[in-house]
Design a protein around this ligand. Structure first.
Ligand SMILES: Cc1cc2nc3c(=O)[nH]c(=O)nc-3n(C[C@H](O)[C@H](O)[C@H](O)COP(=O)(O)OP(=O)(O)OC[C@H]3O[C@@H](n4cnc5c(N)ncnc54)[C@H](O)[C@@H]3O)c2cc1C
Length: 320
């Protein structure tokens, strides 16, 4: 089986993730979204804005234009979770065709923990050293014993496809795994999450490194709108509508009016005299004197006009 290649990210004790190939990046997303424009017709800042818009509105197909092919080596129990993600193309090392190698996963003592009492799919607590040692001894004993039996059956000519069933799920396998960015982000969203099992999280985090390098704007937008974004259920929205004092919402709307004005001014500078009317058009209600004071403080944040307007309509909905 393949040892950890130089350009791979080592995962667990003997595994790895290596980006073999990729097709496209942020430019491919933009190109697909604009379909007929082709490359080179837009500024980098516009590309970033478009990608962020697509991610925010879950317009997902342009993200499917970017492809990643990974070579990965992982214990079979990790692969079992991994294959549940049905949108990838996989080609795996065959234990019918080739002989298994003596490569088994032995957890780092740090990750040997008790069954969590709160989370039925999790671990917690510090295990005493002797018990950790026992866990490791058992891992080694079952791995060595099963492998010896497997080799013995192989030597006696028993079919590999049958003999392999003796091997435990901590034995390593490897595969080529190809997926598009949209589905890869879905995978990373589920498997880099704190609820996912530690052993698969390590692989998901390793793949995330490649995504960040190949499509940095898409990765940034994914972080902002998916990982750190929040959606409210109808019940939660009703609670917000009932419990948020209208003056608090008004204060936020004021901030938004300032931010939209400042952003529009940055994108297309206006004459000094046009700024206050512009701010009023954005729903700002401060007096001209207060406006000037705040404007000159230089503390108004710049954002994205479209995004700020969307936020404004959400706030208005909450206020009604
Ligand atoms: C923390 C965690 C715990 C889990 N626990 C369990 C468990 O206890 N038992 C268990 O069996 N599984 C478990 N799973 C696996 C989980 O139920 C999903 O099978 C797995 O996460 C793949 O998700 P997916 O179907 O969205 O992904 P993919 O298969 O990659 O699919 C991506 C998306 O494509 C669409 N899609 C793909 N195929 C179809 C289809 N045939 N029909 C309709 N839509 C489709 C869906 O919208 C889907 O969300 C767990 C997963 C996680 C992350």
């Amino acid at each position: 089986m393949t040892q950890v290649p130089e350009d791979a990210i080592k995962c667990l004790d003997k595994g790895f993730v290596r980006l073999v190939d990729s097709m496209g990046g942020d430019d491919a997303i933009v190109q697909a979204a604009r379909v007929s424009y082709g490359q080179g017709t837009s500024k980098v800042s516009q590309d970033r804005g478009l990608i962020r818009y697509l991610m925010r509105h879950r317009h997902t197909t342009p993200f499917e234009m970017v492809e990643f092919k990974f070579h990965c080596k992982m214990p079979i129990f990790v692969a079992r979770q991994w294959v549940r993600h049905r949108t990838a193309n996989i080609n795996e090392y065959s234990l019918r065709y080739s002989e298994a190698r003596d490569e088994f996963y032995f957890p780092d003592p740090e990750h040997i923990q008790f069954q969590s009492a709160l989370n039925k799919q999790g671990r917690s607590g510090e295990v005493p050293l002797e018990l950790k040692q026992k866990v490791l001894d058992y891992f080694k004993e079952i791995s060595e014993r099963s492998f010896t039996m497997y080799q013995e059956l192989n030597e006696e000519g028993i079919a590999r496809e049958l003999a392999r069933s003796l091997l435990p799920v901590n034995i390593y396998t490897e595969w080529y795994w190809k997926n598009d960015l949209h589905n890869l982000l879905h995978f990373i969203g589920l498997r880099s999450d704190s609820h996912a099992q530690y052993e698969i999280r390590v692989y998901s985090d390793a793949m995330a490194v490649s995504v960040k390098a190949v499509a940095p704007f898409a990765w940034e937008a994914y972080q902002d709108y998916v990982v750190h974004g929040m959606r409210f259920s109808r019940i939660e929205q009703n609670l917000l509508e009932k419990q948020l004092p209208p003056r608090v919402v008004d204060d936020i709307l004021e901030d938004v009016a300032y931010q939209i004005t400042a952003t529009m001014h940055k994108n297309k500078p206006r004459a000094e005299a046009d700024l206050y009317p512009l701010y009023q058009e954005q729903g700002g209600s401060d007096s001209e004197e207060d406006f000037k004071l705040k404007w000159d403080s230089g503390e108004i944040e710049i954002g994205n006009v479209r995004e700020l307007r969307e936020f404004r309509s959400k706030l208005k909905k909450i206020k009604k």
